[in-house]
Ligand binder design. Sequence first.
Ligand code: HSE
Length: 307
Amino acid sequence: MNEIRIFCPATIANVSCGFDVLGLCLENFGDEMIIARTETKGIRIKEITGANLPMDAKHNVAGVAALAFIEKLNPDFGFEISIHKKIKAGSGIGSSAASAAGAVFGINALCGYPISNKELVYYAMQGEALASGTPHSDNVAPVLLGGFALVRSYTPLDIISIPSPSDLYVTVIHPQIELKTKDARSVLKENIPLKKAIIQCGNLGGLISGLYTSDYGLIGRSLHDELIEPIRSVLIPNFNQLKQAAADSGALGSGIAGSGPSVFALSQGVVTAQKTAQAMAEALQDTNIPFEIHISAINPQGIKILS
Ligand code: HSE
């Protein structure tokens, strides 16, 4: 195999109470990438469509992740990467993660799968570090593993796949303004009060338990972010109205998708997810900001080969 075409899905990091440690994978919305083997060693970004991103591999998230990976593999050939972006940069639904994960997944496949997708997370994270200043893996892990992924530890890296109920649906609305993860991280505080940490730990444990036991009520009660949302929500147009709309339409809960500006809601059943989409669209109308909405089941597979 000399060339591979892959689908790199969008993801939602944090899922309210799991800042930097929890993410989920969406279906049907994502980028396409083509990775090809070349005789010349190294990494070359051949083509990017759908976004204006750096062509120099050292300044491109896919390129940086790929360079980190080939430094380990040291193959006696190189790779050309073509990136066809659908996920907008700065949208909060894992644009840089899709590119970084796609690059290492494609290279791994073209080398005969020397390491597992779980082990690829480390290399994909190096691309995330370029995009956000911090090598977080709560987007790249669900891209590479599908479903919900929990980062139990960063040092050493310990990623756990979490099951989820089959009738769980995501609604995500993307107001078309760009919010860079780097900027959304720079407003956060270094330290948190013990009282808030206790509330956050309780909710994260509750959410994981609800996912394991298909307890939708528990999932809903646990979708609360005590730490990050109160700070970042001011950066998102009509955030409180969006949350209210999600609650009124029967969603289990809602919050900021990744670092925003997208806002997600979880619902039991696709019908409620569609009602929530309608209500959230109405909640954003008076801003005159254009938006996109996606409704998705949880994608259990994650990244996949198209051809
Ligand atoms: N956990 C990261 C953050 C996700 O919230 O900054 C970025 O998409």
